[in-house]
Design a binder for this molecule. Sequence first.
Ligand SMILES: Nc1nc2c(c(=O)[nH]1)N[C@H]1C(S)=C(S)[C@@H](COP(=O)(O)O)O[C@H]1N2
Ligand SMILES: [Mo]
Length: 307
Amino acid sequence: MFRFPTPPASEITPKTQWSRRRLLLAAGALTLPSFTRASPNDTAQPLPYRRNPAWDPDDKPTPFDAVSSYNNFYEFGPDKDSPKANAQSLRISPWTVTVDGEIARPQTFDIDEIIRWGLEERIYRLRCVEGWSAVIPWLGLPMSELIRRVQPTSKAKYAVFTSLADPAQMPRVRLPVLDWPYTEALRIDEAANPLTLLAVGMYGNRLPRQNGAPIRLVVPWKYGFKSAKSIVRIHFAEQAPRTTWNKAAPHEYGFYANVNPDVAHRRWSQESERRLGEFRKRPTLPYNGYAEQVAHLYAGMDLRRNY
Ligand SMILES: Nc1nc2c(c(=O)[nH]1)N[C@H]1C(S)=C(S)[C@@H](COP(=O)(O)O)O[C@H]1N2
Ligand SMILES: [Mo]
């Protein structure tokens, strides 16, 4: 049976890496106006975190402006600039995430409660199936931490993530572009892998709405579409669920969606990628460069069939 792993020692960051906020507090700067004055619906708010450099890529983070202005978030429209233009009225506070299904402790968490569990900064590569990529400093908590708190039963085989689908705030969900609400899922061992992150911020602040505020999944070894944005429910299931992109085009989007330069998408080769803000192309790596951490999850599987 699958056993939930404990974080490696490398996840425990030395004190010197604690965030700017901690350093300020240590230095005696006891008033931090930005923490107290900002409205809870303001995303330009710094969050406290400790930096975890365990999986830092060699390359530098992509500029914030590129990452927050070229997005896929179909609830807000089909073009790369639609999410930034159309998502700004999304109400991100109050916000709760309901966790239910095959777990010992079903419960509904407030987003601020989740933030108080303690955030890590992790710099991950993100690779979209369309051929663009980015390097993003996320702030979040390991999915394994949520798993530890809700205690899945032995029947829990999948974790299913559901995005908000509110036609009043997301006009596009009135149109049958995708089968709303946006739903993606992971096998339970993928969800519990130390890399899997529930992100609430990036570049030191809360997430911009177009990047999935107030809470989204980040699974760095899979194509970006697995990383559902603006999550309202996490359901633990015994049976494999149907997922949004697999329903939309089963031959193009498999359940696994592991980044694989050897298996082309129907419309796009996956051999290379272009970083947002750059012109040159660079080779795409198996598992998006995270093979060492995750290849064992797929031992013995035919990756051409399980694309
Ligand atoms: N709810 C929801 N989540 C979503 C999407 C979406 O349309 N709706 N698009 C996905 C796709 S295709 C990608 S590549 C990533 C993009 O994340 P980013 O905009 O933060 O770079 O979000 C994913 N999460
Ligand atoms: Mo994507």
